[in-house]
Design a protein around this ligand. Structure first.
Ligand code: HEM
Length: 422
């Protein structure tokens, strides 16, 4: 894959691109490649991973995401020859519930989760996140050094998600460690496979909690799943586990990735940083703009269930389709001057949370946690300087466009004495 690739049109007149979202070229050039696809071949085929459509323009991405009957999220783990292989290319061996279910099977799972993700629940989670932020910053403030990803960006959303689920906070790293490594590596990496196995073992620990939670319910999400019924029967323990694991994963990498990209950008734009710190009301639109320009999840997949035309291209039942949120968010037909970061951009119909029935259930939480994370760092470490040379991006940005490490220095200060909330 190269930036100056030419789009070929095969004998079947289908536009073809040399595209692998897990490649180093995509990691380095995802904006240029996305713009190229948008301009020349917004709906095209890639031969990678057995072949799939790459859908780039906003109208086509919206069509695919909104039509869940024609574009299935479903995953058949029993039969690898079934084209329905979920929302990740190549498929993730662990089926993600409810993300990889279609209606009507999907509906009761989303219903069980919904109360834990209401605007009120998100508002209630904010004091915990703010106190955890101070406790984490207290650990490093006297040293003058912080790794914005390892010391803060990873643990904060992880702790807040563990709290939401009702799992022991001290275990955050046990879950987050392997999940971050899976999200950061290409599937061809042996580390990816190894950490998937560890995630399977973590599922065993969650399953062991379910019988107790069925007799002594608590108030966390895991307890809600344990006592939920599906078609009049208790939710299968396996589904409780995969749903809890998905919520942990959803809560972890995404907010962290958004935070880290934003910190890098604000380091280069001090006047915008000052504006945001001086006027908290600017964060509402600014958060959406940072989500547009730095999509944490670069794109997800669907499987075509019946022949359909998208962007002038004939797709067939069984075809796999990758929706590029990264490209759709840069579509000049919807976002004037897409390269420009406009903190007050409105309307801002970015696709970073998805659209349609699977639209991110955690968006209220992310919209609260993210600005609090950024603000607190600048309030306590106003002269923070990121060491760009030592900053390390994920090896693959194909699923999550995040960072493994982002060291920084600042003038040391006294701890505030903030205890980690429980
Ligand atoms: C900046 C932060 C976030 C981004 C960009 C993001 C992105 C997304 C996207 C794009 C989807 C839809 C995938 C699809 O349609 O195939 C999704 C779904 C989901 N997200 Fe998020 N997410 C974020 C934060 C969170 C948080 C904080 C949580 C939980 C604590 C969470 C949990 C979930 C879950 C459970 C789903 C599946 C929803 C369903 O299938 O109905 N996400 N997210």
């Amino acid at each position: 894959m190269s930036v100056d690739q030419s789009t070929e049109t095969g004998s079947d007149s289908i536009p073809r691109i040399d595209f692998d979202h897990h490649s180093p070229e995509y990691r380095a050039n995802w904006r240029t490649l996305s713009d190229d696809h948008l301009a020349r071949c917004p709906v095209a085929r890639s031969d990678a991973y057995g072949g799939f459509w790459v859908v780039s323009d906003h109208a086509a991405v919206s069509q695919v995401m909104r039509d869940d009957a024609t574009f299935s999220s479903g995953r058949n783990t029993e039969d690898p020859s079934d084209p329905k292989q979920g929302i990740v290319i190549p498929p993730n061996p662990i089926r993600q519930i409810p993300l990889e279910l279609d209606p009507p099977e999907y509906n009761p799972y989303r219903r069980v989760l919904s109360p834990y993700f209401s605007p009120t629940s998100a508002r209630d989670s904010l004091p915990f996140a703010e106190q955890a932020a101070d406790a984490l910053l207290d650990r490093v403030c006297a040293s003058g050094r912080i790794d914005l990803v390892l010391d803060y960006g990873n643990p904060l959303p992880a702790l807040a998600t563990m709290k939401l689920i009702g799992l022991p906070l001290d275990d955050w790293q046990t879950y987050a460690g392997p999940m971050h490594r899976v999200a950061a590596s290409p599937p061809s990496d042996p580390d990816y496979q190894h950490n998937l196995q560890i995630m399977g073992q973590l599922g065993g620990a969650i399953a062991a909690e379910v019988p107790r939670l069925r007799t002594e319910p608590g108030d966390g999400l895991l307890s809600g799943l344990a006592k939920a019924t599906i078609d009049g029967e208790p939710m299968p323990v396996e589904d409780v586990v995969t749903t809890a694991l998905l919520v942990i994963q959803g809560g972890l990498h995404t907010t962290t990735a958004l935070f880290a990209h934003t910190m890098l950008w604000l380091a280069d734009h001090p006047e915008h940083r000052e504006m945001l710190l001086a006027d908290p009301s600017l964060w509402e639109h600014a958060t959406e703009e940072f989500l547009r320009v730095f999509p944490p999840a670069m794109g997800f997949a669907r499987t075509v269930t019946r022949d359909v035309v998208v962007g002038g291209q004939q797709m067939r039942a069984g075809d796999r389709v990758m929706m590029s949120f990264a490209a759709a968010n840069r579509d000049p037909a919807v976002f004037p001057d897409p390269d420009e970061v406009r903190l007050d951009r409105s309307p801002n119909r970015h696709t970073s949370f998805g659209l349609g029935i699977h639209r991110c259930i955690g968006l209220n939480h992310a919209r609260g946690w993210f600005p609090a994370m950024v603000r607190r760092v600048y309030e306590r470490m106003p002269d923070i300087t990121i060491d760009r040379d030592a900053t390390k991006q994920n090896e693959s940005v194909g699923v999550i466009n995040g960072f493994v490490s982002m060291p920084a220095t600042f003038t040391p200060s006294e701890p505030l004495g903030a205890a980690m909330p429980d």
